[in-house]
Design a binder for this molecule. Structure first.
Ligand SMILES: [Zn+2]
Length: 326
């Protein structure tokens, strides 16, 4: 029975909003909706450029709505987690009073029979607004705007917007990886020797990538815990959301003794970036039970392996080492 794990990776962005979207978002925090004049048109939400010609528009912003008229709509009977409302609602094209373009937003009409083309709608504002289009929770039927909860008031100026793109995916976990992580709890570096081609792998691969042989427990081998650095990279961290490293750090490639196996991108212990070089002899360092291990950078595939520490032995002087990356 294959086990699966669910992972979510998030890419946090900050977007600068610019001279038109910025004032639009700022106005939303003040429960006002701005459009931009383009000749005798009023475009909502406002754009910096004429959508027909690409010409830059004068920043002639004008307040519209906040009420408007539904021009077309579709009913969402079973909202998903990605929808703006948890209860059945309509997506509608709304022409806000004073606008010549249609704005897409959600309408909380209760029931599909309550909404029709020509229906009048007004915003339901979020109580605490941050300068985003969902400061309008949705539109409601009628002429009167509403505020959801306590009104926290407007913001001074909104120039940046947080945007977290994320994706959730599900991966199978091979029994080999489970055995590798289990072995690491005992300080063992487990590998698999392919019964077909004889190649040896680390990191919990479930099969040989050369001949597709599925590994079983019979293919497990205990690998040596000493080796030689063949390659390395010194990473100078740039600060971005979620970055916890502040100082340059090292990742090394380790060729295990007596095997044709290289472990890539391994952390080091007690080896400064200035001292790392090809040929350094190293041995594995394991976390003790209960000790936290941050090995996300190597995919967690080595369990409680913390990294590699210099053994103090003389360097290996072999020009071929530098070519060994796998
Ligand atoms: Zn093989």
């Amino acid at each position: 029975m294959t086990r699966f794990v669910e992972s979510t990776i998030t890419f946090p962005y900050k977007r600068s909003l610019g001279p038109v979207t910025g004032p639009f978002m700022t106005a939303l925090t003040d429960k006002r909706i701005l459009g931009i004049r383009n000749g005798d048109q009023v475009i909502v939400p406002p754009l910096e450029w004429d959508p027909a010609t690409g010409a830059e528009l004068a920043h002639d912003l004008v307040e519209v709505g906040p009420a408007g008229t539904v021009e077309s709509w579709t009913w969402v009977p079973v909202p998903s987690v990605q929808h703006p409302l948890a209860t059945p609602f309509a997506f509608a094209f709304i022409r806000l009073d004073g606008a010549t373009t249609l704005m897409l937003h959600a309408v909380d009409a209760g029931d599909s029979s309550a909404i029709a083309n020509g229906a009048r709608v007004a915003p339901r504002w979020r109580g605490t607004r941050r300068g985003a289009i969902d400061d309008i929770v949705c539109f409601v039927l009628g002429e009167e705007s509403e505020v959801e909860g306590d009104d926290a008031g407007p913001k001074e100026s909104v120039e940046l917007m947080d945007y977290d793109a994320s994706i959730t995916y599900v991966n199978p976990v091979s029994p080999t990886l489970d055995r590798t992580v289990d072995a690491s709890a005992e300080g063992r570096l487990l590998g698999q020797e392919c019964p077909t081609c004889g190649r040896v792998y680390v990191g919990g691969r479930g099969h040989c990538p050369i001949d597709a042989t599925i590994f079983s427990e019979a293919d497990d081998v205990d690998l040596p815990q000493t080796g030689t650095i063949t390659n390395f990279v010194v990473v100078t961290p740039t600060q971005y959301p979620g970055q916890t490293e502040t100082e340059p750090f090292v990742r090394v490639f380790v060729l295990l003794d007596g095997y044709d196996v290289v472990l890539g991108y391994q952390p080091v212990v007690e080896l400064a970036p200035a001292d790392v070089h090809v040929g350094v002899r190293v041995s594995a360092v394991w976390a003790s039970p209960g000790e936290a291990v941050d090995n996300a950078s190597v995919g967690g595939n080595y369990g409680r392996l913390v990294g590699w520490i210099p053994t103090g032995e003389p360097d290996i002087d072999d020009p071929d080492l530098v070519n060994r990356i796998f």
